[in-house]
Design a protein around this ligand. Structure first.
Ligand code: SAH
Ligand code: SF4
Ligand code: F3S
Length: 486
């Protein structure tokens, strides 16, 4: 997701090498509510999905959303802490809003999400403009927090829950083009990757009631949506057992039965053959052959897997506490190719210059890329985060210059691979779900194929939400261009 400002729709992932430092504003909704909230989202898809929950909670408490912050009574920044740069972007944005508040002292400014959780009340001291600080599990409390500020005080809630999944909240689809929508299936993360701040900002992992997930997918399909993306930091560890969670669910499940991610995928896939299913993110340690076979069984489960490797070197992976090594990862990629074939899209996240990484170890990341032939990757240089295992245990000893040089090398490699992978698609026919008009020209539509590749083709009489069979005629490293054949 890059430069999403005032844009509607989920941009093709290929355009996003910095998925976690960009933002998107809330959409306009006029239902005659008294006050208006403007929401700006930063970071990962989970955060964008959370903003939709926030909009819904605010809507039920007297607020419409606006896409113009000048019209807002309340401004919420839903923030990300993943890298230092992500936090700096938010701080700069707060400076920008300062002027606005000088002219309108009753304007309320809230910081939500991961930065709120990481910095808690400290944010109020550091950023005078901020009135509300609310962590990812505190959104039901937002109306009370707003009331506290109305009453003349500042308000903080950064309580992390073991249960909250917002399962009963009907999100207001701010991030949607009317064709694709996000569905959060779990929250938090129980992995302890040594570089990562997420377990601290999002708390313990918990899975959402699968029946509420299916009901949400059904409702979306009935409203005309044709694609859902199931979201979680680690979707393959999804687990729901009736006893642990809700006795009432025993009506629908056997005693002792557990619904895992493969089961959930199957349940959602059965909503309709015309509803496409995507999911993100898969952790290499947890993705099972059962998931791969479920993907194979259903045409409407898209053949695309985001499988972040982080590094191609086993010693670095061990220090990162990823709990797999190079061989394990290669075995998972081989399983994907064996079960789902060469056309299955695979993408990755990679970090260069992690503590003590040598040139040879960096070469292992490059050779891993050659082996896997990633369709695209989100690539970053290591940014030490306070409080993480790596910050406590290891010295951040690779110079910025070296981190950046290694980053530019993996970006160049990825560029080459993306082009190569796209060239393999020329002359092939793919079923494309139309997401809207191409950004290049009004006469063209764009959508994605099952493998998540963006395909642009002449509009003719097709429209958003149609499935169109398109023959690819040419490509760049970022996009395929083609002609419809039906
Ligand atoms: N749950 C996902 C990742 C979420 S964070 C997973 O396990 O794959 C998205 C990406 O940000 C990570 O995959 C990693 O590549 C990157 N990232 C996380 N912490 C980082 C840090 N401290 N410095 C640089 N990149 C980081
Ligand atoms: Fe962070 Fe690792 Fe959890 Fe992903 S799996 S969110 S990288 S701790
Ligand atoms: Fe950022 Fe939080 Fe997502 S730190 S990447 S917004 S979970």
């Amino acid at each position: 997701m890059k430069e999403l400002i005032n844009d509607i729709g989920i941009l093709p992932a290929q355009e996003s090498t910095e998925s976690c430092e960009t933002f998107k504003t809330s959409a306009e909704a006029n239902t005659g509510k008294e006050r208006k909230v403007y929401i700006e989202s930063y970071g990962c898809q989970m955060n964008f999905s959370d903003s939709e929950i926030v909009a819904s909670i605010m809507h039920d408490n007297g607020f419409d959303t606006t896409s113009d912050f000048k019209k807002a009574d309340v401004i919420f920044l839903n923030t990300c802490s993943i890298r230092e740069k992500a936090e700096q972007t938010v701080r700069n944005r707060l400076v920008h809003f300062n002027g606005l508040k000088r002219n309108n002292p009753s304007l309320m400014v809230g910081v939500l999400g991961c930065m709120a959780e990481r910095l808690k009340g400290k944010l109020l001291e550091e950023e005078k403009i901020v009135d509300i600080v609310a962590g990812p599990d505190a959104y039901r409390d937002l109306p009370n927090l707003v009331q506290t500020v109305d009453d003349g005080q500042k308000a903080v809630n950064t309580f992390l829950s073991r249960e909250e999944t917002y399962a009963d909240i009907n999100p207001i689809r701010l991030n949607s083009n009317g064709v694709s929508a996000f569905i959060s299936i779990m929250r938090g993360c129980d992995n302890m990757c040594s570089f990562c701040v997420v377990p601290m900002t999002r708390g313990r992992e918990r899975s959402r009631d699968p029946f509420s997930v299916v009901a949400e997918a059904k409702a979306l399909f009935e409203q005309g949506y044709r694609e859902v993306t199931l979201l979680g930091q680690n979707v393959d560890s999804y687990k729901w057992s009736a006893e642990e969670n809700n006795k009432a669910r025993l009506e629908k499940m056997q005693v002792g039965e557990v619904i895992n991610f493969a089961n959930l995928l199957e349940m959602v896939a059965q909503v309709s053959p015309d509803l496409r299913i995507r999911f993100s993110t898969s952790h290499p340690k947890d993705i099972t052959d059962e998931v791969l076979y479920t993907m194979k069984k259903y045409d409407n489960i898209c053949k695309y897997i985001h499988l972040p490797v982080q590094s191609g070197n086993s010693r670095i992976l061990e220090m990162m506490n990823r709990t797999y090594d190079r061989e394990w990862y290669l075995n998972r990629v081989d399983a994907i190719r064996r079960i789902l074939g060469e056309e299955c899209g695979i993408s990755s996240d990679m970090i260069t210059g992690f503590c003590t990484e040598t040139e040879e170890e960096h070469q292992d990341t490059l050779s891993m890329m050659d082996y896997v032939q990633y369709d695209y990757s989100y690539m970053f240089y290591y940014s030490e985060r306070p409080g993480t295992l790596a910050a406590k245990k290891y010295k951040d000893d690779i110079s910025l210059e070296v981190k950046k040089r290694r980053l530019s090398e993996i970006i160049a490699k990825q560029h080459e691979l993306s082009l190569k992978r796209n060239q393999l698609d020329v002359n092939k026919v793919f079923r494309v779900l139309v997401e809207g008009t191409s950004k290049r020209s009004e006469d063209y539509l764009q959508g994605r194929n099952s493998a998540n590749k963006v395909i642009v083709f002449p509009k003719k009489n097709f429209k958003k939400g149609d499935y169109v069979d398109v023959r690819v005629t040419s490509c760049t490293s970022g996009t395929l261009t083609g002609e419809s054949i039906n």
